[in-house]
Design a protein around this ligand. Structure first.
Ligand SMILES: *Cc1c(COP(=O)(O)O)cnc(C)c1O
Length: 472
């Protein structure tokens, strides 16, 4: 007999305790100091003191885990967190993660989890159609990094039919990937992980708005072909992580088609714009792509981690990942289904999509549209307030990301780090630093659906105050 289940009475008590502690946090997130104390030794000591040579009281253990997390974490669900696309998770998405843990469907084989698999497939189809694809295939991934890695593998298999069997050894010419220097570095990691190496990444120059310069691609193609390289993939970004720049998708799509490059659009963050009629035009051209990375755990406000890899090529995932085994279940044989383990990088699969599915069931497309447009309006309010207070915005994007500085301090390299530190020390807002055209700026992004004018005003006050202090 094991006691892993505990008793029904004990479970009820622990469920209730966990829920009341979590609800307390969810309701009062804004009251927590936003940054984490980074006293590593203290944290290590605390963890070592709770070693596993003894059993701890269940309630004590639960309290310890939640309290420690609350104390030592950057509170990304806080409305003053103007950070790196980490959202406050919607309530149904939290329930989704809990339900997935309890039922624990194994999604590797379709026949083990037919509802979960069909629900994920439905979402992939729906989002693919929203992006304008005629044929849609895809798969949920653990994050944008896995989705981008999947894209590089698909691009290789599309360009080199021998790749699946021979790998890179079967190639006469060295394959290279085109992208801008503003691309997310998960593409670089993917190039390394698939065995292409860092030098297979060719950075195409960007303009002053951090957008890839399409004209530079043709020159580069000429040069690389003469050098015996084989360009096979073009990665555009719709909403760069740094400044929210959206590459010129229609022109890049045409160039890619003309030169037989797999056209991947990394819309990990910016893909959500597709749900707003107001923002959607900025993604024009995405329908011509071969594949898209779109994270649910960014602008769709679900807990980490969950991403979608969506492709307009219905064959490519099977070409890339198909494998046969003797030990996997075969009950689905003969049915019009695909087993995700033959279709993706993962094998055992969590029901990643449930948190998004429940959110969509609760709020529908309309609820998402409203929230995305609300956040976009708060971003506009932030821009207005910054400018009204003598700050200059240095980036250009329709998405709610502002990179700004005060030009009066352009020549003082200490200004931006000083203001940044003052904001973080204040514990009420979180912003980062990002260089625009070689000059550091402060970066604030509306990633939280609870951030309102009051939180913006508070940030502006703190910025102004830090600037005053710096002058003295
Ligand atoms: C966040 C991000 C990624 C990486 O996604 P993860 O979900 O963090 O793995 C890739 N590309 C872009 C543009 C991103 O913003």
């Amino acid at each position: 007999m094991t006691n892993f289940d505990l008793s029904p009475a004990k479970r009820q008590k622990l469920f209730e305790k966990a829920i009341s502690l979590l609800e307390q946090y969810y309701e009062h997130t804004a009251e927590y100091p936003i940054t984490a104390p980074l006293d590593q030794q203290q944290i290590v000591d605390m963890i070592h003191a709770h070693h596993f040579d003894r059993q701890q009281g269940e309630e004590e253990a639960l309290q310890f885990a939640i309290d420690s997390l609350k104390k030592y974490t950057v509170h990304t669900p806080h409305p003053g967190y103007f950070g790196l696309f980490n959202p406050r998770p919607t309530f149904p998405s939290i329930l989704g993660d809990l339900i997935a843990a309890v039922l624990n469907p194994q999604m590797a084989a379709w026949s083990h989890a037919p509802f979960a698999n069909e629900a994920e497939r439905y979402m992939i189809q729906q989002f693919g159609q929203k992006f304008g694809y005629l044929a849609v295939d895809g798969v949920f991934a653990s994050g944008g990094a896995e989705a981008n890695h999947t894209a590089v593998l698909c691009a290789l298999n599309a360009a080199f039919p021998t790749f699946a069997n021979e790998g890179l050894f079967g190639m006469k010419n060295k394959p290279v990937i085109y992208c801008s220097g503003e691309v997310h570095h998960s593409i670089v990691k993917a190039a390394r992980a698939v065995g292409l190496g860092l030098h297979a990444i060719i950075n195409i120059p960007t303009d002053e708005q951090q957008r890839l310069v399409p004209e530079a691609i043709e020159q580069q193609l000429q040069k690389d072909k003469e050098a015996g390289l084989r360009p096979f993939m073009l990665v555009a970004t719709a909403g760069t992580t740094g400044a929210g720049a959206i590459d010129d998708l229609p022109i890049l799509a045409d160039l890619a088609r003309q030169h037989h490059l797999w056209f991947h659009v990394d819309a990990a963050y910016g893909g959500a714009a597709i749900l707003s009629p107001k923002l959607q035009p900025f993604l024009n051209g995405i329908e011509k792509s071969d594949s898209i990375t779109f994270d649910a755990h960014k602008w769709l406000s679900v807990p980490m981690a969950g991403s979608m890899f969506i492709t307009s090529d219905p064959e490519i995932l099977s070409k890339t990942f198909r494998i046969t085994t003797a030990y996997m279940p075969r009950e689905g044989q003969g049915m019009a289904i695909v087993d995700p383990y033959t279709h993706s990088m993962q094998w055992s699969r969590r029901f990643i999509g449930l948190k998004l599915y429940l959110s969509l069931l609760f709020f529908g497309w309309k609820g998402y549209q409203e929230v995305i447009e609300y956040q976009s309006n708060i971003g506009d309010y932030l821009d207005q307030q910054l400018e009204a207070n003598g700050w200059t915005i240095k980036n250009t994007t329709p998405l709610p990301i502002s990179c700004f500085t005060d030009d009066k301090f352009r020549d003082n390299p200490e200004f931006i780090p000083y203001v940044h530190k003052a904001i973080l020390d204040n514990q009420q807002s979180w912003i980062s630093i990002y260089p625009i055209n070689g000059m550091p700026t402060l970066r604030a992004c509306i990633t939280n659906y609870q951030s309102n004018e009051k939180h913006i005003d508070q940030l502006i006050n703190q910025l102004n105050r830090a600037r005053e202090m710096f002058k003295r």
